[in-house]
Design a protein around this ligand. Sequence first.
Ligand SMILES: CC(C)(COP(=O)(O)OP(=O)(O)OC[C@H]1O[C@@H](n2cnc3c(N)ncnc32)[C@H](O)[C@@H]1OP(=O)(O)O)[C@@H](O)C(=O)NCCC(=O)NCCS
Length: 149
Amino acid sequence: MTTGPYCAPLADAVAARVLLAAAMLPVADLEASQVELLGAWSSGELVGVIGLECHGRDALLRSLAVCAERRGQGIGTRLVGALEARARGAGVERLWLLTETAASFFAARGYRRVDRAAAPAALAASREFAALCPATATCMARTLTPLRA
Ligand SMILES: CC(C)(COP(=O)(O)OP(=O)(O)OC[C@H]1O[C@@H](n2cnc3c(N)ncnc32)[C@H](O)[C@@H]1OP(=O)(O)O)[C@@H](O)C(=O)NCCC(=O)NCCS
C-alpha cells in the first residue's frame, strides 16, 4: 500500500497561508476571491497547497506551493492533477495561470504560454490578474478534456 502524500479539500486556510507566504505567493485575496484550496498531506502534515478560482467555464489555477524540504517528490504534480480533476467536475473547460517562477514546470504538464490579453474578462478582472501578479508574469492556459458522459 502506498503511504505517499494524498490530496483533499482544505477547509482551514491558516496553514495554507503559511506555506504560500513562505513561497512568496499572494495571500491577500484568498477569502475575498473565493478560492477553493486543496492540500497535500504526508504523515498528518500539510506539505503542499493549490487553489482553484472559478469564473464560469474558465478558472484560475493559483496558489501552488510545496514546502521547501518536500519538493522534487511529485507533490506539486499530484496537486495539479487533483486540481484539474476538481475543475473538470465543476464544469471548467479551460484553466489559466500566471507564474513568475514555474513556467517550465507547467509547460511540462500541458500548459501553453498565451497572451495575457486573451484571458476572458472575468479572469482579467480577478485580483490575481488585475492587481497581485506583475505584468511581467507569464500567462499560461490548458484546455481540459471533458469528462466522459
Ligand atoms: C513549483 C513547485 C510547486 C513544484 O512542486 P514539486 O513538488 O517540487 O514538483 P514535482 O516534484 O511534482 O515536480 C518536480 C519537477 O518539476 C520541476 N520543477 C520544480 N520546481 C520548478 C520550477 N520552479 N520551475 C521549473 N521547474 C520546476 C523539477 O525540476 C522536476 O522536474 P523533472 O520532473 O523533470 O525532474 C515547487 O517547486 C514550489 O512550491 N515552488 C515555489 C512556489 C512556486 O513557484 N509556485 C508556482 C507559482 S505559480
